[in-house]
Write a protein that binds this ligand. Structure first.
Ligand code: UDP
Length: 468
């Protein structure tokens, strides 16, 4: 019988961070049944029900350990969600160490794979004579930014947002400073300090696994191969996404039944991820814009908030439908469906009535749309979403990016224009074709293409590794 190869994984808190790294583990054990994965899951407050349900579906050679939750009262109040995530991981370090000690004192640990926010746990790998890896759940372009950030920090004075020339990362589409991720927008902030710490830690890992694929980001991936004289070992293993559970499909049957009654490729799906929110003013403009466009839509609506990421850590309790303009539902009932807070996204994107996706540009949403060949309208809200939007619109040309007015609002006329253009215009047609070709490349990458080969090579390396 083949010997068991032990891998330990540390995820970030939150369902959308947990899923990609766990799906990676599933793919690993599917190809290598002799692997055993111990997956440690930190959480801020009690773990969400969605995470618990999801973890119960894992195969027996993935063991999940829910780490003791960090008490919200022990962390600073009113800070950016990224700081809370980082602090949750820092506070979870003693429990991660405990688990490693109890599980791997006798059984040898081969590799420790940690989410980028858990970078501080990388140092435990040495103590257990194991290899260390970062799992990067976002694009190669964002990873490139992290790798170049320490040097940019030395070379550039003042705020990046004040730069008048576009920033050019090797192999990536140029972008303006205002499109940088939130933490990089203010260089004197705690958020920026933590971003730089994560950036510097990457160099210490034995490799970086990244949820992307070569055909989507060939320039950035190839250029990073030469970064630091080839010292960075990069493993593109994507696209790795959730499959959507059949339970979820039942629960959200209403969306799918409604889609069944729409013509092929006619519906724009509108969603801002697992926690993105709009202001009341912006909800009104979006509603009017959709109505003006005369296109069909399926809109996942959340109650308004002035902080676009507020629903990540605390979902609003009110019924979101009450925040729509008066009479909107009645006027659009032939064309649209609005569902409160959640839709079975993977199933929706897979439905042949869906012809476009207005998205906040979270990386999972982007990959899910690519896997279904659905072109996009980008509506970035926070984190690294603006850079993703630039890559999709200017680089891959599979998305349209609506313009903001001087107050940061996208007005109804602009919304109607881009929706019509994507769903019914010549430009949209070209985008749909390019997205379909990307879909084929994505399917091939995880079938027997480059991403699967990369994963298998890494697995062989782990199988043959015997510690020091
Ligand atoms: N999602 C979903 N239904 C929704 C909203 C989101 O199933 O109504 C899922 C979506 O399929 C994706 C994840 O939640 O897997 C969102 O991840 P992403 O990285 O796009 O954005 P985040 O939520 O992290 O901002």
């Amino acid at each position: 019988m083949a010997k068991t190869t032990h891998i330990a994984i540390v995820s970030s808190p939150g369902f959308t961070h947990l899923v990609p790294i766990t799906e990676f583990s599933k793919r690993l054990v599917k190809h290598r049944p002799n692997f055993h994965v111990t997956c440690m899951v930190p959480s801020l407050g009690p773990p969400p029900e969605s995470s618990k349900v999801y973890l119960q579906t894992l195969p027996s050679n993935i063991q999940t350990i829910l780490l003791p939750p960090i008490n919200k009262q022990d962390l600073p109040q009113g800070v950016h969600p990224a700081i809370l995530i980082q602090l949750t991981l820092t506070h979870s370090l003693p429990s991660i160490h405990e688990v490693l000690k109890s599980k791997f004192s006798e059984d040898p640990l081969t590799a420790l794979v940690v989410d980028i926010f858990a970078f501080q746990a990388l140092e435990f790998a040495k103590e257990f004579n194991a290899l260390s890896y970062v799992y990067f759940p976002s694009s190669a372009m964002i990873l490139s930014l992290l790798l170049h950030a320490p040097k940019m920090d030395e070379d550039v004075s003042g705020e990046y947002t004040d730069l008048t020339e576009p920033i050019k990362l090797p192999g990536c589409v140029p972008f303006m400073g205002v499109d940088l991720p939130d933490p990089v927008q203010n260089r004197s902030s705690e958020l920026y300090k933590q971003f730089l710490q994560r950036a510097k830690a990457l160099a210490a890992a034995d490799g970086i696994l990244i949820n992307t694929f070569i055909e989507m980001e060939s320039g950035a991936i190839r250029a990073m191969g030469e970064f630091g004289d080839g010292k960075i070992r990069l493993y593109p293993v994507g696209p790795i996404t959730q499959k959507g559970s059949s339970n979820e499909a039942d629960e959200c049957d209403k969306c799918l039944r409604w889609l069944d009654n729409q013509p092929p490729c006619s519906v724009l799906y509108v969603s801002f991820g697992s926690g993105g929110t709009l202001s009341q003013h912006q909800i009104n403009e979006l509603a009017w814009g959709l109505e003006l466009s005369c296109q069909r839509f399926l809109w996942v609506l959340r109650a308004p908030s002035n902080s676009s990421s507020s629903a990540y850590l605390e979902a609003a309790k009110e019924d979101p439908l009450q925040f729509l303009p008066s009479g909107f539902l009645e006027r659009t009932k032939e064309k649209g469906l609005v569902v409160p807070s959640w839709a079975p996204q993977v199933w929706v994107l897979n439905h042949n009535s869906v012809g476009g996706f207005l998205t906040h540009c979270g990386w999972n949403s982007i990959l899910e749309s690519v896997q279904e060949g659905v072109p996009l309208i980008t509506w970035p809200l926070f984190a690294e979403q603006k850079m993703n939007a630039v890559m999709l619109a200017d680089g891959l040309k599979v998305a349209l990016r609506p313009k903001l007015n001087k107050d940061g609002i996208i007005e109804k006329e602009e919304i109607a224009k881009v929706v019509k253009c994507l769903m019914d215009g010549e430009e949209g047609k070209g985008m749909r074709e390019r997205m379909r070709s990307l879909k084929d490349s994505a399917a091939n990458a995880v079938k027997d293409g480059y991403s699967t080969q990369t994963l298998l090579q890494l697995a062989s390396h782990w199988d043959n590794f015997s510690g020091v």
